[in-house]
Design a protein around this ligand. Sequence first.
Ligand code: HEC
Ligand code: HEC
Length: 486
Amino acid sequence: MQPEEITPVEADQRHRTWRAVSIVVIALFAVSCYLYRVFNPNYPVVYNDIREHFKYGSIGTEPMNGVPYWIWKVLPEMFPEKLPGPGPGYASLGFLYEPGRDLPIGMARRRVYLDRVGLNCAVCHTGTLRETPSSPRRIILGMPANNLDLQAYFRFLAACVSDGRFTADNVLLAIQTHTRLDPLERLAYRAAVWETREVVLQRKQLISFMDSRPDWGPGRVDTFNPYKTVQFRFPMDHDATIGTTDLPSIWNQKPREGMQLHWDGNNTSLEERNKSAALGGGVTPVSVDLAAMKRIEDWLRDELQPPPYPYAVDDNLARQGEALYQAHCASCHAFGSAYVGKVTPIAEIGTDPHRLDSFTYEFAANMGTLFAGYPYRFTHFRKTQGYANMPLDGVWLRAPYLHNGSVPTLRDLLEPPENRPKVFYRGYDVYDSHKAGFVSDVPEENGRKYFRYDTAVPGNGNGGHLYGTKLKDAEKAALVEYMKKL
Ligand code: HEC
Ligand code: HEC
């Protein structure tokens, strides 16, 4: 075949055409890159360090239950009077801020068209400790979030979006004091104000049953009742149960695999306990970020340990206490013992029954439909008839004690119920190294009010668990000394 002959003019024309096509292609590519960057549907801020990932990383709560970043930022400025104060901002609800950080621990950022923030595991499972009121606060990962009042946070969001001043114009004005949004973003934020109001009000309505039950206060949440409405739309007018529980510690999970855990021992699968926790935090089966979750699960299982007791321990006394612990407590609480990770019937343990009763048969059956169609569909939730004998590693940091957080210190737990404190304050993080627990008689500090816990309120009962209550005072002191080392 003859080679095609082209004149120099033709060649030049072809060259130009190709150049034009390439320019258009490159321009289209650049525009798509830009649009993708601006509106990329879904990607989180990523942290390589696992501790940072636990504190600030996303588990996927933002798409359905997050709040657009800038709206979340300006709410405390727009509505400071709706916060309990003193702040700044969300700190007044017990959120923990580290120096130089924009978001508090437990709040993750993910782009879902707009940047959104949502809760992660650390919000409920990171707490603080001070040696004295003037000591620096030590932040401890995996311990109960003893400061956080999550109920007050939900109520704050609902109060803000219900306020007539929560309009797109006002929100945009408030955002402008921080950043310049481009016209596209302004438009998106206008829609986001409307959407946020809808989402928050719907959630408020779903969890409105909690207004007819006693307040949680800091460090406690109703574990399963919100599931009933948020996941399954149970009508709560047929259900008067109170499911308020103290937040647990979540370190050292490996030896807990296969144990009956959660306070009532309703689930033996570590994986399901983690996934169910994520649902509680606001992920959905579709939005959950399984890879991000797995990093946390692996770390909780294999690495995170309770910190050692940081104050002086009388080793002699502790040795006497160890013998008492072996005799009276170890069979239910020590790793490897006969009853650890099993359930003690309610008639025997005698603690407040409300949390147990809130996890009903009907609800247990419905838990088995969660993640339906996925290989990890829940199959392990069971109704039990008591509370779990949980391992007591790091128990010095888990105060107040029992599933409802009704007994302020380890020493108080060794008193018969009639001698345990009837009214005390929660949310204060100064440590009482004598009684092992947090100082619980401080109603207020620097304008910050703590939560008055009344054991006479339904769900707050401090009875039961009589083990060790008949020991002599000196023996109780020894037992407490030993438990500091667990
Ligand atoms: C809204 C607060 C909240 C969030 C967020 C949360 N948890 Fe929890 N977590 C709880 C409460 C409350 C319990 C105790 C439940 C009960 O038995 O009533 C618990 C229990 C657990 C337990 C079982 C502890 C035991 O020994 O019984 C594990 C493990 C756990 N959470 C892990 C996680 C992980 C992992 C995440 C993040 C994916 C997470 N949690 C997010 C509140 C939360
Ligand atoms: C028959 C089993 C059994 C024995 C024996 C027993 N416990 Fe318990 N313990 C439990 C159960 C069940 C719970 C959970 C009860 C609840 O929260 O309502 C519990 C809870 C606790 C808690 C609260 C943990 C937390 O995170 O709030 C502490 C502390 C504790 N026990 C210490 C002791 C000590 C000390 C002894 C020995 C003097 C002892 N227990 C003996 C079954 C037992």
